[in-house]
Design a protein around this ligand. Sequence first.
Ligand SMILES: Nc1ncnc2c1ncn2[C@@H]1O[C@H](COP(=O)(O)OP(=O)(O)OP(=O)(O)O)[C@@H](O)[C@H]1O
Ligand SMILES: [Mg+2]
Length: 245
Amino acid sequence: MSAILSVRNLTRRFGGLTAVNNVSFDLSRGEVLGLIGPNGAGKTTLFNLLVGIHKPTAGSIRLDGREIAGLAPNRVARAGMTKTFQNVALFQESTVLDNVLTGGLLHEDVAGARARAAAILDRVGLAGIAHKLAGDLSFPERARVEVARALCTRPAILLLDEVMAALTPVEMEAFLALVRTLRADGLTLIVVEHHMHAIMTLCDRILVLNFGGLIAEGTPREVAHHPAVIEAYLGKAYAEGGADA
Ligand SMILES: Nc1ncnc2c1ncn2[C@@H]1O[C@H](COP(=O)(O)OP(=O)(O)OP(=O)(O)O)[C@@H](O)[C@H]1O
Ligand SMILES: [Mg+2]
């Protein structure tokens, strides 16, 4: 499989703190890659580097062979990669449709973006609430709206940062089904999530970050039994329950 994304020696320091430390990995077209690790491990910072919110201190990010490290977020989005935002609110006073169409303004005028947004809302199962105010959404609705807004930028690669955090197990299953349909339609994804069930059932491969550095990489089963991952993150109880827990 050809790599759609190649990250090499990516590093970001904040003063004396190295939040992302010499990270290298490839992402294959059509792959769903999980990114896990303890709080503060550097997952969101890595996403922010990939989409241009933070500039790398060092390292390279190639998207479809083109160097994008240091480009502004709108240029990275135009090149085909965007993310959902952990804990960043939608425009509460605007409708779902208006929130989603902002993503489309990257490529087209308001009328075009509105048409695209309506089609995407249909695709993610939200056509019925297009005119609801974002401030009135339930958690599962909000998760879908965040995905819809990102999809409206027409990404080839979508980075999901803890979008399932507030969902009940039943809501999470429904959301996972949506992600699987997006993947079946050709989207490539990197998923950050603390819900291990979601990560283990969704991802082809998992990277594990700890203190900014990659400590393991492998299939869900390999990672679940990796001593360094159990030590740093999963704990012994999880490993004994198995990767299917
Ligand atoms: N803008 C910033 N300025 C200074 N330090 C930062 C900044 N952003 C992140 N950090 C620090 O970088 C480290 C990595 O944070 P990051 O948010 O990437 O972790 P995370 O893996 O996403 O954690 P969580 O699972 O809690 O979301 C933390 O020590 C954090 O305090
Ligand atoms: Mg985070």
